[in-house]
Design a protein around this ligand. Structure first.
Ligand code: DSN
Length: 446
């Protein structure tokens, strides 16, 4: 096999491990909604000689020589981001989503100032002011929530914004199965005098493909990772909109200076090239169809789970993601469901649900989504089959109870893992998963 030939000769053990991961991706259903399969073209950029170069600074303004090609590449990535998302300014150097978001704080806020973001267990992101993140320690974080039905409570957002007058409001989430109401957030930010930053990491591919409303007219700043629905390398983009420039014409410079020299050193030029490739792919007609199919698949999957009496937060999905609420079976059951699905080669992640009755490490939900399966070419028929398989696995482990004590929990989970090995339902589902995977080969050329 040509793939990994050089690694095989230098480091056979490592090559075996990478092959192991390739096989896992090929022979299982990757359903973590923030994951995807980058194209071979994106991976070529990542594995290219661009990894050898230092290029602190920005195109035309570097601190190292020899950057004539890097300048072209970075300008290309920037121009493609500007054109695809319709923004005035783009910085493509942030190493990933968390540093990108932190740069937004550093460019706009001083420590101690008030910020608002979606509460973590209501589907928000750590960097939007969670107390577990430095963003919740450095700033006065006022979280907003979802309502009893699991939808964003816009009335609460407005009330809190007018009461606390935050400097910055985040809109964006990691575990929210519905469309984000960007226009309403834009109005609230204007009314309260705040900057609005839209973190579209989860849905930037949907937005690029025209399958979800864009925040660009409503937000001042937009951030995104590049490896989720956008299907690029692991990296991030920070964008400034026309609305942002009108509020503060110096925003682009502030963002750029915060990233370099404020927070980072040399940009990862191989990643910048991968971002450029991904942005080109995302501007194609076939990507538009891909984005729409992600949502059709998510809707079909949610319908099948509902049919099988699996409770979903908000009762369904209209984006790429579904959040299963396992609380009808008892609190803290996410770990059993995730591990049982893993054993059946269906990869998801345990996740908190709104009003979580357990804890983030032993939460009561399962988060799953359709971006990666859609990349493999799967459609509604496969989603219905997969929904039935997932339901079967979840029901087969619903009666396991999580003990209270830490030591007892470890012991219980070790026993649970042993029991899964001989479990008939798991074996049957694993067989069915393998059959589906064979019909949709992954990276056939590798
Ligand atoms: N880890 C990402 C996710 O899975 O949603 C967010 O940072």
């Amino acid at each position: 096999m040509v793939y990994l030939k050089a690694i095989e000769s230098v480091d056979p053990e490592l090559a075996r491990e990478i092959h192991g991961e390739l096989n896992r991706q090929r022979e299982g259903l990757e359903m973590i909604p923030s994951e995807n399969f980058a194209s071979v073209a994106v991976m070529e950029a990542l594995g290219s000689i661009l990894t050898n170069k230092y290029s602190e600074g920005y195109p035309g303004k570097r601190y190292y020589g020899g950057n004539q090609n890097i300048d072209l590449i970075e300008r290309r990535a920037i121009n493609r981001a500007k054109s695809l998302f319709g923004v005035v300014h783009a910085n493509v150097q942030a190493y990933s989503g968390s540093p990108a978001n932190f740069a937004v704080y550093m460019a706009l806020c001083s420590p101690g100032e008030t910020i608002m973001g979606q509460n973590l267990s209501d589907g928000g992101h750590l960097t939007h002011g969670s107390k577990a993140s430095i963003t919740g320690k450095l700033f006065n974080s006022v979280p907003y929530h979802v309502n009893k039905e699991g939808y964003l409570d816009i009335g609460e957002v407005r009330k809190l914004a007018l009461e606390h007058k935050p400097k910055l409001i985040w809109v964006g989430s990691t575990a929210y199965p519905r469309r984000l109401p960007f226009e309403e957030f834009g109005k609230i930010a204007d009314e309260s005098g705040a900057y609005l930053a839209a973190d579209i990491s989860h849905i930037s591919g949907l937005i690029a493909g025209g399958a979800h409303e864009s925040p660009v007219r409503h937000a001042h700043i937009v951030t995104t990772t590049t490896h989720k629905t956008l299907r690029g390398p692991r990296g991030a983009i920070i964008m400034v909109t026309e609305k942002g420039i009108s509020k503060d014409p110096e925003l682009p410079e502030k963002i750029d200076k915060t990233i370099f020299p404020g927070m980072q050193g040399g940009p990862h030029d191989h990643v910048t090239a991968g971002i450029a490739v991904a942005l080109k792919e995302a501007s194609s007609e076939s990507f538009k169809e891909y984005a729409k199919q992600i949502i059709r698949n998510s809707v079909a999957l949610a319908e099948e789970l509902n049919k099988n009496d699996i409770k979903l937060v908000t009762g369904g999905s209209d984006n790429h993601l579904i959040l299963i609420d396992l609380t009808p079976f008892g609190p803290g059951k996410g770990v059993f469901a995730q591990e049982a699905l893993d054993a059946a080669c269906i990869t998801t992640n345990k996740n908190t649900v709104p009003n979580e009755p357990s804890s983030p490490f032993y939460p009561s939900g399962i988060r799953l989504g359709t971006p990666a399966l859609t990349t493999r070419g799967m459609r509604e028929d496969e989603m219905r089959k997969i929904g039935a398989l997932i339901s079967k696995v979840i029901k087969s482990v619903k009666d396991y109870e999580l003990p209270q004590g830490k030591a007892e929990r470890s012991e219980c989970l070790a026993k649970f893992r042993e029991e899964l090995k001989g479990e008939k339902v798991i074996e049957e589902v694993r067989g069915a998963v393998l059959e589906i995977c064979k019909e949709f080969p992954l990276y056939p050329g590798l």
